[in-house]
Design a protein around this ligand. Structure first.
Ligand SMILES: Cc1ncc(COP(=O)(O)O)c(C=O)c1O
Length: 451
């Protein structure tokens, strides 16, 4: 094995000052560092490794396909795995009115969705429609189009001069309702905000609205009130705006249904997927496109979507996706996610009683967020951002053998600390108990240190 200390100078990590533990293997819900330390991967990487690490069937699927054919370019050829996976996806969604466009990741799926919306309107003779309305407190990816849609100050501000300036609406952040409503008084102002934005900007300029049905990295676990997504769809229909569901994190079973929007009996015109679709065994993404959009492009002058990436539809990556979906189905893992979420969420919510720095615990299935505040007994004031509480929690968890995914900036763009919990779908009750125990100890230590 390479000596990390000798060769590390050649690596360009994201954070150039942070020490990154060297992970040398994984198995099930565990990853292991070079010192043999066993760590529970309660983040599944970043809500990716849904089947857990070192799944032999998935690895075999990659190898088998690569032995047949590793690569053909989608501009010229079809391949067996894309035929199989597109059918599986349509079946899992339970709606035959979708068509699947393949990509290599989440940002690529979002870029494709943005361009698809633009081209759809163009082909329909509405050349002015180009703007995509997005929400604040959101993450849609790091490429310039996807970052333009992302509502996250820290990730955007260094690049703002080279981003598109698109309209933004408030999210259904019930813990800090942007409209100062409570559960009892809620009348879905956050959904109506979409109509306000469409009318204010001029509907003739709007091509689509993008949102995360259950929010991921930007404020994990935020779920809309009942009726929100249906109302959003109604508003979109009324103004001929396409609804794009970014289910890159929330899709493929993560929330206990194949799509998070299925909890709300609502469908999007375009759905972006990635992450869990390959369980991290290969780079893979997909965009599901409703008949209406597909048919317009098919009957257009170019009868083509003028877009594509070299690795979209990579046969070996897609073969991995085929196997992942087979396993999810065979082992009823999505139902298991739902059961585990119902078991775990109350346990995690109980941490609020024990620790005053735990402000909000929310989520669906195994997509859960914990938001930290100075003192929840006295209010919802976030910590000073210089304290970087999320990293303190992450480090204390790691010391105890637990990997969680930290994030921030959900409060007024500059403050806010949270962690994302998204363990592999194969996790069992006892292992969830263990995670809760470690979290309890880690939060307790940080809480004390902050006093
Ligand atoms: C909801 C959502 N959309 C898009 C992306 C971007 O995906 P990728 O990092 O694969 O480009 C992410 C990644 O975390 C995400 O959570």
């Amino acid at each position: 094995m390479q000596d990390k200390n000798l060769t590390e100078q050649y690596i360009f990590y994201r954070d150039l000052k942070r020490d990154y533990p060297l992970i040398v293997k994984g198995n099930g819900i565990y990853i292991y560092n070079d010192k043999g330390k066993k760590i529970i991967d309660a983040a599944s990487g970043a809500a990716v490794v849904c089947l857990g690490h070192n799944n032999k069937r998935v690895i075999e699927a990659w190898v088998k396909q690569s032995q047949k054919i590793s690569f053909v370019h989608m501009s010229a050829f079809s391949n067996e795995p894309i035929l199989e996976l597109s059918e599986q996806l349509v079946n899992m969604v339970g709606d035959k009115h979708y068509h699947v466009y393949f990509t290599s990741g989440g940002s690529e799926s979002v870029e494709a969705a943005m361009k698809l919306a633009r081209q759809y309107h163009l082909e329909k003779g509405r050349p002015e429609r180009h703007m995509v309305i997005a929400r604040s407190i959101s993450y849609h990816g790091s490429t310039l189009g996807a970052l333009s849609l992302t509502g996250h100050h820290y990730r955007r501000y260094k690049f703002s001069p080279i981003l598109f300036s698109f309209p933004r609406i408030s999210p259904p952040y019930c813990y800090r309702c942007p409209f100062n409503q409570t559960k009892k008084t809620c009348n879905l102002d956050c959904a109506e905000d979409l109509e306000r934005a469409i009318v204010t900007e001029g509907e003739e300029l709007i091509s689509a609205f993008i949102f995360e049905p259950v929010v991921g990295a930007a404020a994990p676990g935020i779920s809309p009130p009942v009726g929100y997504i249906k109302r959003i769809r109604e508003i979109c229909e009324k103004h001929d705006v396409l609804m794009i569901g970014d289910e890159v994190m929330s899709g493929v079973g993560r929330t206990g249904k194949f799509l998070a929007s299925q909890h709300y009996q609502a469908r999007s015109h375009i759905i972006c997927l990635s992450k869990g679709i390959s369980s991290g065994y290969a780079p893979l993404g997909a965009v599901l496109v409703e008949d209406e959009v597909y048919d317009v492009l098919k009957s257009s002058g170019t009868h083509a979507f003028v877009h594509g990436h070299t690795f979209g539809g990579h046969p070996s990556s897609v073969a991995v996706g085929v196997e992942v979906l087979k396993i999810l189905k065979e082992k009823n893992l999505i139902e298991h996610v739902s059961d585990m979420g119902k078991y775990w969420l109350p346990q995690l919510k109980a941490l609020k009683k024990k620790h005053k720095i735990v402000g909000s615990v929310r989520g669906k299935g195994l997509l859960i967020g914990i938001e930290f505040v100075e003192n929840s007994r006295k209010g919802k004031k976030p910590f000073e951002s210089s304290l970087v509480v999320r990293m303190k929690i992450k480090d204390e968890c790691l010391k105890r053998g637990l990997n969680v995914y930290p994030g921030g900036y959900s409060v007024k763009g500059t403050a806010g600390d949270h962690i994302l919990l998204a363990p592999p779908y194969i996790i069992k009750k006892k292992e969830l108990d263990k995670i809760t125990e470690i979290l309890d100890a880690a939060i307790g230590t940080v809480e004390k240190a902050l006093e």
